[in-house]
Design a protein around this ligand. Structure first.
Ligand SMILES: [Zn+2]
Length: 451
């Protein structure tokens, strides 16, 4: 093989392009060339290490460089050009930039017939415009699999189609996504640690979902969005996530839309449909850094109630919700609202109310010495709250009872009391007053719960 005529493997070239150019430079087709050398072409192009080593040795290239140009499949993903993407992100068509190929053809330092080569980035269907030339990527459509192996033969066969596509490919400004894909497949990282630290597969999936939330709203599913619009959304997302400008803060502000948030402000409320996908991706290498950005932004910019869950608990914040207050002090939410209204602390609708923690602390101090449910039972109805008396009587039947209502602790439920205790209690003015107009209370006499 000393007589082998070698051609360079360009850093952004696909292996099947290089294999074909090498074969044609030596007067063979790719398959015949491989057959002569005892190499399995299909396995080589799929990144089989034995065939990669054999080929690399013959052409005096580092095996890692050859492997980088191959298209190796791993589960639902493929790795090529040093990046990993989902298989569904590959176009499956032969695509090219007319300007790139015009420049190739002008290179008289390359053998005629082997000058044009296939760039790895053209395989990505989201790559729409050449980042170098600002020209729409042309598409020759899907071609029979066996012909895909021999790139030069394919280019010759489709020469007239290539000319037609070249004339119809118009100049257009490459998007941030085009530039990102081009740079990443060329091994360049200049989009900030967030994007540069993500595998391309994760970055592309994230960019689509983040972009849909950004352009259409966080509750809109991507199945309702057209393919073209998804590409635009993805481009908007990359522009927002790159950190050479303002970073993702403004985009996150728009997605979160703080004035429209409910009081329970967890990840689902903040990020809508983006959130469950992110939760599913939590074991992915790119997840941690992105989740940290979301969490940091939310804590700094959103009024989060204590106990919120934004990719980890946010325990102590300047805000509390009514349900959280109710849980902490052991009163019903309705009672809490009544108390706050009485004190003039709540004036509008309460569903989405956030209470300042200082106000809550003041409220908590005001109820610190109030009577317990057991004391109330003994005091008002003359009965004891003791489960050992009647194992069949559930404690909560008492705690959500007339007793607690009278003390403003709760308002609805059933109470088990003796006839004697009931008649005694009903004779008391405060009980009679409380019972009037309360249809949701039921006094149920029982002989087993007696003092
Ligand atoms: Zn180009």
């Amino acid at each position: 093989m000393n007589s082998l005529f070698k051609v360079p493997l360009f850093p952004d070239e696909q292996l099947r392009s290089h294999l074909s150019r090498l074969a044609h430079a030596n007067g063979r087709t790719a398959r015949l060339f491989c057959s002569d050398l005892g190499i399995d072409a299909d396995k080589l192009l799929r990144g089989d290490l034995d065939n990669i080593d054999k080929f690399a040795n013959l052409v005096s290239l580092p095996p890692a460089e050859v492997f980088r140009a191959a298209l190796s499949e791993e589960g639902k993903e493929v790795a090529t050009a040093g990046v990993r993407v989902g298989k569904r992100r590959l176009s499956g068509h032969v695509r090219f930039c007319p300007s790139c190929w015009q420049e190739d053809e002008a290179r008289d330092d390359r053998l005629p017939g082997t000058r044009r080569y296939l760039r790895s980035v053209w395989l990505l269907q989201q790559y729409r415009t050449c980042a170098l030339h600002g020209r729409r990527i042309a598409d020759l459509g899907a071609l029979p699999r066996q012909r895909n192996v021999d790139f030069c033969q394919l280019v010759n066969l489709r020469d007239s189609d290539i000319r037609t596509q070249t004339t119809t490919s118009h100049p257009e400004v490459p998007s941030a996504l085009d530039c990102f894909l081009h740079d990443r497949t060329a091994g360049q990282t200049r989009y900030g640690p967030l994007l540069d630290g993500m595998e391309l597969a994760f970055a592309l999936e994230l960019s689509v979902r983040f972009g849909v939330a950004l352009r259409h709203g966080k509750h809109v599913g991507q199945k309702y969005i057209s393919e073209d619009e998804l590409v635009l959304a993805s481009a908007a997302s990359i522009a927002a996530l790159r950190e050479d400008r303002d970073g993702p803060g403004m985009a996150l502000d728009r997605i979160i839309d703080a004035p429209a948030l409910p009081s329970i402000r967890n990840g689902a409320a903040l990020y809508g449909q983006l959130n469950p996908w992110l939760c599913r991706m939590k074991h992915h290498p790119g997840f941690g850094s992105f989740a940290a950005v979301l969490r940091e932004h939310a804590i700094a910019n959103v009024d989060l109630p204590s106990g919120s869950e934004v990719f980890g608990p946010v325990e102590t914040t300047p805000w509390v919700t009514i349900p959280r207050i109710a849980k902490e002090v052991g009163l019903s939410p309705v009672t809490i609202v009544d108390r706050f209204r009485e004190a003039g602390m709540i004036t509008g609708p309460v569903n989405d109310a956030l209470i300042p923690r200082a106000t809550f602390d003041k409220f908590r101090r005001s109820i610190a010495d109030r009577v317990t449910i057991s004391d109330a039972a003994r005091d008002i109805l003359g009965c004891r709250l003791d489960r050992s008396i009647d194992p069949g009587l559930r404690k909560e039947q008492v705690s959500l009872s007339l007793i607690s209502f009278l003390y403003g602790l709760s308002f609805v439920g059933k109470i088990g009391v003796s006839d004697e205790a009931l008649s005694g209690a009903a004779a008391r003015p405060c009980v009679t007053t409380a019972l009037s107009g309360r249809r949701d209370l039921e006094l149920r006499p029982t002989r087993t719960f007696a003092s």
